[in-house]
Design a protein around this ligand. Structure first.
Ligand code: NDP
Length: 330
């Protein structure tokens, strides 16, 4: 029997693991079989995570977080969760390999999944020119003409990165202004290989064996035209990954998991949530990490209250109120 199982291995999951491990809770992290490290594994340089003034590559940052969690005793399993029983005092987590693990508490930090366009050709040509990951697939588009859909930071970052390979990168955006931060916008505007196609949406993705173009529809006039392309990168945001818990935990109108105020407490006692899965607004690596911290501290408090925490008496006394810096090692 575990004290806590953490589901998810992005900044929220690993930060929760670091804190839980340092509190001697020996957390088990279910890191997924294919998406270990979460969304930052698909990112290039992370320039806004404090402590890395020269920037750090997303996968390197996640490797460091994992190393830090393991150093304090977290155990990481590269498996997917297929079902959860969250009722009662003991929670049961079933994995894709058939194993079950039990704990008195669960931190749910599964992040968010790429949003799809929902247009004809998208599923069929996925992996044949339609991609959601520039760092994974950019290499295949050397000296090709490609497009990125979206107007946020992800679209700017992906488009800028893709100019390392492609000869031409269109950014297709449904409005005439961008949602992306100023610095990312300016970087894209300054890049000679990038051309913006404003007020347009992709209505159809064309090609038999591979992408050879898209049908663009004007969002102002409704007219359509074809744009020849070798590849299409979709960067239109993410949706919280709640499919395993949507009938077990209360959700918000935005589809994120409901938590009680500024805590990580969900509608089910002993189940805590952190990171993108509870955050419809900020969704930064650093806010996810902070959210993981909150979850681990809430778990400590919960376990101490139910008398099962493997904590020394002195620490239990301290976390009876709000944890102080000495308790959490901040
Ligand atoms: P966002 O939600 O910020 O942006 C999504 C973009 O896609 C918007 O421009 C939106 O258009 C457009 N869009 C949404 N749905 C559709 C659709 N069906 N068809 C066409 N266009 C669509 O998502 P991001 O992934 O860009 O960013 C998510 C978060 O991650 C943000 O907080 C961002 O700041 C952060 N991030 C930070 C980075 C960094 O700092 N280095 C890098 C990448 C992401 P509209 O504007 O019209 O709504």
């Amino acid at each position: 029997m575990r004290q806590v199982i953490i589901i998810g291995s992005g900044p929220a999951g690993y930060t929760a693991a670091i804190y839980a491990a340092r509190a001697n809770l020996e957390p088990l992290v279910i890191a997924s079989s294919v998406e270990v490290g979460g969304e930052l594994m698909n990112t290039t340089e992370v320039e806004n995570f404090p402590g890395f003034p020269e920037a750090i590559m997303g996968p390197d940052l996640m490797a460091k977080m994992q190393e830090q969690a393991e150093r304090f005793g977290a155990e990481v399993l590269y498996q997917d969760v297929v079902s959860l029983d969250l009722d009662g005092d003991v929670k049961t987590v079933t994995l894709g390999n058939g194993e079950t693990h039990q704990a008195y508490s669960v931190i749910y930090a599964t992040g968010s999944a790429y949003r799809k366009l929902g247009v004809p050709g998208e599923e069929r040509l996925s992996g044949r020119g339609v991609s959601w990951c520039a760092t994974c697939d950019g290499f295949f588009f050397r000296e090709r003409t490609i497009a990125v859909v979206g107007g946020g930071d992800s679209a700017m970052e992906e488009a800028t990165f893709l100019t390392k390979f492609a000869s031409k990168v269109y950014i297709i955006h449904r409005k005439d202004t961008l949602r992306a931060s100023k610095i990312m916008q300016e970087r894209a505007f300054a890049n000679e290989k990038i051309e913006f196609i404003w007020n347009s949406e992709v209505a159809d993705i064309l090609g038999d064996e591979a992408v050879n173009g898209v049908v663009l529809r004007s969002t102002t006039g409704g007219t359509t035209r074809e744009l020849p392309l070798d590849g299409l990168f979709v960067a239109i945001g993410n949706d919280p990954r709640t499919h395993l818990v949507h009938d077990k935990l209360e959700l918000t109108a935005e589809g994120t998991i409901w938590v009680d105020g500024r805590t990580s407490r969900t509608s089910v006692p002993g189940v805590f949530a952190a990171g993108d899965v509870i955050d419809p607004t900020y969704r930064q690596a650093v806010t996810a990490a902070a959210s993981g911290t909150v979850a681990a501290l809430d778990v400590e408090h919960y376990l101490a209250a139910r008398g099962e925490a493997a904590l020394p008496e002195s620490d239990v006394a301290q976390i009876d109120g709000l944890p102080d810096a000495a308790t959490v090692g901040a």
